[in-house]
Design a binder for this molecule. Sequence first.
Ligand code: SF4
Ligand code: SF4
Length: 334
Amino acid sequence: MQNLSRVAPDLRVANSHTHSVSPSGFPFVSRGNLETLQANLGYRCNQTCSHCHVDAGPKRTEMMDKTTVNWLLRCIETHNIQALDLTGGAPEMNDNFRDLVVAARKLGVRVIDRCNLSILLQPDQKDLAEFLAREQVDVVASLPCYQKENVDQQRGKGVFDLSIAGLRKLNALGYGQPGSKLSLNLVYNPAGATLPPSQESLEVVYKKQLGNDYDIEFNQLFVMVNMPIRRFESRMAAKGQLIEYKNLLKNSFSPENLDGLMCRSLVSVDWRGYVYDCDFNQMLNMPLKNADNERLHISELITMDLCGNAIHVDGHCFGCTAGQGSSCQGALVA
Ligand code: SF4
Ligand code: SF4
């Protein structure tokens, strides 16, 4: 396999995640083994949440095509990928979603669906929950609060009730139930310019509230930091809180989070097949480059070994290292 160190000289300065600091002040970090392929299947979504770092919504047209989906599957095979993490938009709205899930599961890969819950109630997705259960797909679902007002304020009017209905559907199929192999994890992110509370203690509160009020069960709560990019960045800027929030992230830097950064073991692939260190770098248009200094496409990744290469870091990365840390699997240091 080719190594990218020849083609990204500006990033080559880092061969250890602790030795030097980038111009943004964030330490350089390098890649470990590639374990997870995170694919953004497109920006269309049935919701338009205020914190969305993708700017997703019903009018977006960018969707991953079948050819690119097939490259994902080739990449899973050649890199012995352990997990396929599907995101969007609402990934289920991509016409290739179900074929991809079935093919990936046949390859023995763990598949994660980042589900907004309300999609499970859409008229054309009424069998979606059953499909996910049949294929034993792990569901990671956003629910930024256990209170209706807060969820509706952040994710749109009526979204809380739809989310509860979606969770009930999943529970009825065995998701989140004791002894079940069907995993259901929820995601919390703060409504405003603050760091999330302790993941461990908030999970206890969520389980109590959702259990008592709605009879809902789930496995784990993932607590995530809001990234100051796209829609959330604009919102913070409009409120005059952006600089303060960025300073909060920077001042809350915890070096013990560096080892667990998700970008050390994951690549993110956009709807066109271009490769990034993570979903945030994708949104900031910070792609990996090939030998011709052009955007690296997943069709080229098949024959490359990224291990040891420097990760493209910048000021937004402080969102991943603030406090208990943040990743697509929640806090880094619980
Ligand atoms: S946060 Fe998720 S559910 Fe909300 S608009 Fe963005 S992609 Fe859709
Ligand atoms: S924003 Fe992306 S590249 Fe930066 S630390 Fe977080 S996961 Fe890594």
